[in-house]
Design a protein around this ligand. Structure first.
Ligand SMILES: [Zn+2]
Ligand SMILES: [Zn+2]
Length: 361
């Protein structure tokens, strides 16, 4: 397709930019105030918005964020069963590794690097579905991927769905208050929105069905896929370690799904400038490289904002990147056919600027 350059960006990029301006359903307190600065809601406003937007009796179009939180709520009894009935130090360690490392890394591999950034390509549907279902399914792809494009386009600016300047709750409850797609997209806007996810295998609603449900994914299909995923994983865990292991890991998944909602606030410095010279090289936004999310999930977030389409974000020697190792392994065995890797470009531009040159490859 022939594209026209317009003020430094192509026509296609301009169309995407225009779409990202209105693809998310704005909260009642708006993205910006009259001066164009971030409209910062009070805690009360955030909570009121949260419960309003979970209320399916008010509008059935609220079903998707409710479904996302219900996945956590229905697993809480299993978490309690683990704590009060099956508890052992061994199971606790397994649950810790599962939630922190396996679920965390999977989020990076699937939702982040594939669904949003298309940083690599699968050979076929088998490898894609396998990767999608590598762990207990907790976060709907649509809630994460569409809003994450907006996060990159407007990082730390009004309109960023998890703008750290809005405070902890602004980010923590963002999947309900700021991340669902707009309910009044035109036919053309809706078809361009589903294009953003066309590679993920998420079967999109027709425009009529979108107008009914307010989402890309149909609730029946989402429920079926989640049920299948949970049933298979419960059966596998049960066969390996009985109800004790199954309760520990499903409880861990619920714990992770709540904990991961804190990442976006912390990954952008909690509303402060915490970037370190010679370590956080992307200066366009407040994202920072943090040791813990980097080590457990490959989320070297400042590096990632520097090279969003890279299938690898750990560039320095100590920046281990488990998500990248999985993608590279799949490439080695033929499940992934291609990937973007920006390590060489990073080293070329920044290696001699790094604080500790000896830690650079
Ligand atoms: Zn970010
Ligand atoms: Zn990203």
């Amino acid at each position: 397709m022939h594209v026209l350059p317009i003020k430094g960006c192509t026509f296609r990029e301009l169309l995407v930019k225009m779409l990202l301006d209105k693809v998310l359903d704005p909260p009642s307190y708006g993205w910006a105030d009259q001066r164009g600065a971030l409209s910062k809601p009070t805690t009360k406003q955030i909570l009121r918005e949260f419960f309003k937007r979970l209320n399916i009796f008010r509008s059935r179009k609220n079903w998707l964020p409710l479904f996302s939180w219900l996945r956590v709520i229905v697993l809480i009894p299993l978490l309690f069963l683990f704590i009060f009935k099956f508890f052992s130090i061994g199971l606790l360690l397994i649950a810790f590794v599962y939630s922190m490392i396996i679920m965390g890394t999977h989020g990076t591999i699937w939702h982040h690097r594939y669904c949003t950034h298309k940083a690599y390509e699968f050979k076929n549907r088998f490898w894609r579905i396998l990767t999608q279902n590598l762990t207990i399914s907790m976060i709907p792809e649509e809630i994460y991927a569409i809003s994450h494009h907006v996060h990159h386009a407007k990082s730390d600016q009004p309109g960023d769905p998890y703008n750290a300047n809005g405070g902890f709750l602004y980010c923590f409850l963002a999947d309900v208050n700021h991340q669902p797609i707009s309910k009044d997209l035109t036919t053309d806007e809706y078809s361009r929105t589903i294009q953003l996810m066309s590679h993920t295998g998420v079967q999109p609603n027709s425009y009529n069905s979108y107008q009914k449900w307010g989402s890309i994914v149909h609730p029946g299909r989402a429920l079926l896929e989640c049920t299948l995923n949970w049933t298979i994983w419960y059966a596998i865990f049960y066969l390996i370690g009985g109800h004790g292991l199954a309760c520990a890991l499903f409880g861990a998944a619920a714990f992770w799904a709540v904990g991961v909602r804190t990442f976006n606030y912390e990954g952008h410095g909690k509303g402060e400038d915490k970037r370190r010279k010679g370590y956080d090289f992307n200066e366009k936004d407040m994202s920072i490289n943090q040791l813990w999310p980097g080590i457990v999930a490959g989320e070297w977030h400042n590096n990632h904002h520097l090279y969003p389409r890279s299938a690898r974000s750990g560039f320095l020697v100590h920046q281990i990147d488990l998500a990248w190792y999985y993608i590279k392994f799949l490439h080695f065995i033929g499940g992934v056919t291609s990937y973007h890797d920006s390590k060489a470009s990073f080293l070329e531009k920044y290696a001699n600027k790094a604080i500790a040159k000896e830690v650079v490859n």
